[in-house]
Design a protein. Structure first.
Length: 75
């Protein structure tokens, strides 16, 4: 996986194609930490949001674009 740079977004690998997306500003165990799940579904990366509205799905052309978009939505 390429190096993804964001001070607010952590990706935790769950498999080779799925990551838990976390808000790095919150500690482990804080329910606000988990933002959703990012999965590679060729040809796109699919983000399933868990907050603020569970079940919302967005697609991105690259993992870098996904992290940038996720980071830009954080308050």
């Amino acid at each position: 996986m390429p190096q993804i740079m964001s001070s607010s977004v952590d990706l935790v690998a769950l498999s080779e194609t799925t990551w838990r997306v976390c808000d790095a500003r919150f500690d482990e165990g804080d329910p606000r930490r988990i933002l959703g799940y990012l999965s590679w579904h060729e040809p796109v990366y699919e983000m399933m949001w868990m907050r603020p509205r569970p079940g919302v799905v967005r697609n991105y052309p690259s993992i870098e674009r996904a992290v940038q978009a996720i980071d830009s939505t954080l308050p």
